[in-house]
Design a protein around this ligand. Sequence first.
Ligand SMILES: Cc1cc2nc3c(=O)[nH]c(=O)nc-3n(C[C@H](O)[C@H](O)[C@H](O)COP(=O)(O)O)c2cc1C
Length: 363
Amino acid sequence: MQEKPMWPDRRLLDLLGIDVPLIQAPMAGAMDAELVIAACEGGALGSLPCAMLSGDRLREQAGIIRQRTDRPFNLNFFCHKPAAPDARREAAWQGRLALYYKEWDVDPAAPLTAANRAPFDAAMCEIVEDVKPKAASFHFGLPAKALLKRVKAAGCVVMSSATTVKEAVWLEQHGADVVIAQGAEAGGHRGMFLGGDVAAQPGLFSLLPQVVDAVRVPVVAAGGIADGRGIAAAMMLGAAGVQIGTAYLFCPESTIAQPFRDRLAEGGDDTTAITNLMTGRPARGLVNRVMKDLGPLGSAPAFPHAATALAPLRAAAEKAGSGDFTPLWSGQSAALGRAMPAAELTRKLAEDALNRLKFPASR
Ligand SMILES: Cc1cc2nc3c(=O)[nH]c(=O)nc-3n(C[C@H](O)[C@H](O)[C@H](O)COP(=O)(O)O)c2cc1C
């Protein structure tokens, strides 16, 4: 019989039934079932982002995953409190974008399609109950009590992101089985849900051991981890596992457009910033034109409505091969990313981390 690799902490492996303590981060708008399947086949927990999917599309994607792998996977949802549209604020925002509308010959009077990031609700919960994924993860808090009870009754391991110790403790007290400590390095939306100042958000090296000290549930580290060294370091700081997003964007299975892929390949340690202008909530991404000209932080409609007036500009620019108005979500370690199939990347990350844990001084 083959010996089990000696991971310092087996809690996540046992809880989720995975081979390596890695979670492929859910990345709304940047991936679909293909990446989930490949990450699962590599031994990690693959995660399907559902925040931008209709119920039908979610069922279809979950069906594809089930058909192509028998490994455990995760369905991920947003839990924000939806802000009512505010016509005056949205008109003011569209006004600030007027020069771009002119430049790209987009008619500002044309009807806009409202941005589509819906919070987890009873209809989504019903799908979770039908699909019964091994895990359900949430961003921006947790679902209301009754819905969370149903998710748990469906047998799901419940996970959610914390950006501060306070949020981690709150999540544990409200029923999370796993806390994902999301450092400020992370790509995508800050999972912040207990208010606070985005400028005060801790980096992972500070946040992780403090969260580990504050909660009893297994803690997963997220943010800026893109190779075996980072995984080993997170485990030394007490993480039971690691959630990786940006490094998976380089895989052929991600669905990002070529201009995004090109920018990512040129990404360095200082090419991202946290902005609220793309969606209305703080998120880290490669600096694009909107962020450079108008932000990166500034006045914009509440989440997700800032994306509404940007949508036609984004469509026009993307058609011309430009990412000027596209959210190019990325963490701070894009420079460590390597393009390779996701199953292979998963195995390589795990092997490099294990070597590093065995021989900490190796280069
Ligand atoms: C393109 C992109 C999209 C993301 N979308 C989601 C999402 O839909 N749900 C979620 O919980 N986290 C999302 N995140 C955040 C990740 O869960 C995770 O915190 C982050 O990727 C970790 O940092 P890293 O990108 O440096 O690895 C996204 C991240 C990226 C890069």
